[in-house]
Design a protein. Sequence first.
Length: 450
Amino acid sequence: MNDPDTAVPVPAPRWYRRLYVWILAAMVLGAVTGLVAPEFGKSLEVLGDTFVSLLTMLLGPIIFCMVVAGIATVANLRQVGKVALRSIVYFEIVTTIALVLGLVVVNLVRPGAGMGVDAGSLAVSDEVAERTAAGESVDWTHYFTQLVPENIVGSFAEGAVLQILFFSVLFGVALAVIGEPARPIARGVERLSHVLFTMVRFVTYAAPVGVFGAMAYTTGNFGAATIGALLTLVGTFYATSLVFVLVVLGSVLLLVGLHPLRTFRYFRSEILLALGSSSSEVAIPGIVRKLENVGVSKGTAGISVSAGYSFNLDGTCLYLTLSSMFIAQALGIELTFGEQLVLLLVMLLSSKGTAGVTGGGFVMLTTTVSSLSLIPVQGVMLVFGIDRFMSECRAVVNALGNAVAGLVISRWQGEITPAQVTAIMSGRRPGVLTEPADEAAAPVPARSGT
C-alpha cells in the first residue's frame, strides 16, 4: 500500500460538476423564487416532497443490505456486539451533552423572557392537535414495542428504520451462524446493495430540483416576516447548533485523530442535501457510501448510521431543550433546577422513544410537554410556525452527528487510521470504492474515460 503522503493526488473534478455546487445554487434560487412569487413557490412543494420520497423509498432496502452484508462477512460475531454496544454508549453520551448544552444556552439567553403570552389565548390548530395526539400516545413502552416488527413487510413499507435494523441484524447473524451454505445469499445481498446505490446515484441527479422546490415552498409559505417574529429563538438555535458541531463534534473528531473541518468538508454534499430538503433521511445513503469510501466496514457503517437515525438525534435534542424552555419563558413559567432536570430526563427518553413517529421533532416536543404538567401543551403553538426553519438545522446536525459517529465507532474498532482517512478525504489517495463517493451523484454525468 502506498504511503498516503507520497501518493499521487487524485484529480478533482471541475467545480460545476460537484453536487454541492448545484444544491447550493438551487437553495438560493428557491429562496428567491419563494420570496418574489409566494404563491408560485408554495405550489412547488411537490418537487421537494417527491424527491424526499424517491430517496426514502430506498432507505429501508439499503439499510437491510448494508447491515446483512456487513454482519455476514464478520468472522467473529462478537465484533457485531462490540459495534452495537459502543454505538449505544457513544449515542447516549453525545445526546446528553446536546441536551445539557441546549438547556444551559436557553437559560443564559432567555429568548422567551418578557413575552407574557397567555396560554388561554393560544388556539390549537387541527394539524397541531393531530401531532399532539401522536405525542401523547407515546410512553416509555413505545421504545420497546416499536423495536420488534409485527410484519417486516409492513415495516419496509412504512420506513420504520428501527424495526428494519432489528430484523437486518437477526438476518445477518443467522447467515453468519449458518456459514458456508448461506454464502450465496450473502453475496446476493451484497450485489443487491450495489444495484441500490446505483439507483441512489440516479435519484440524486434530481437533488437540485428537489431542493429548489423545498426552499421555494418554505419561503413562499412562511415568508421572511415569520422568521423575524421569533428571530431570537431561531438565531439561538442555529448558533447553539454551530457551537455543538464545532466544539462537541469537533472535539470528538480530534480525540480520534481526525481533522474536524476536513471531515465536515468531506460530507458537504450531504449537509447541503439535508439542509435543502429539511430531512436527515435523504443524507443516509450518501453518508454510508462515504464512510465505506474511507475504509469503514459495511457492518459498522450500516449499524452505526441506521441506529443513529433513531438514537443519535443531536440536532433534535438541542431543539427540544431550547423550544420547551422558550415556551415556558414565553408563558411566564419559571422552572426550578429540579424541574428542569426532570424535563431533561424525559427528553432523554422522548428523543428516542418517538423515532419513526410521523411528525419528527415536533412530535417529540409535544411528547415532552404533554408528558409533564409543568408547561401547558397549548404552548407548542408558539413554535409551530417556525418549526420548518428549525427542522432544516435539526436535519443538518442529525446527519452530521451520525456521520461523525460512524467514523468514531470505526476508529474504536481499529478499521481505519487517521492517516488513511485524511489522505482519502484530502484527495491525496483514491478511496476504497471504485468511484469517488463525493462525486458519484454529481448532476452532470461523467465523460467517457474520466
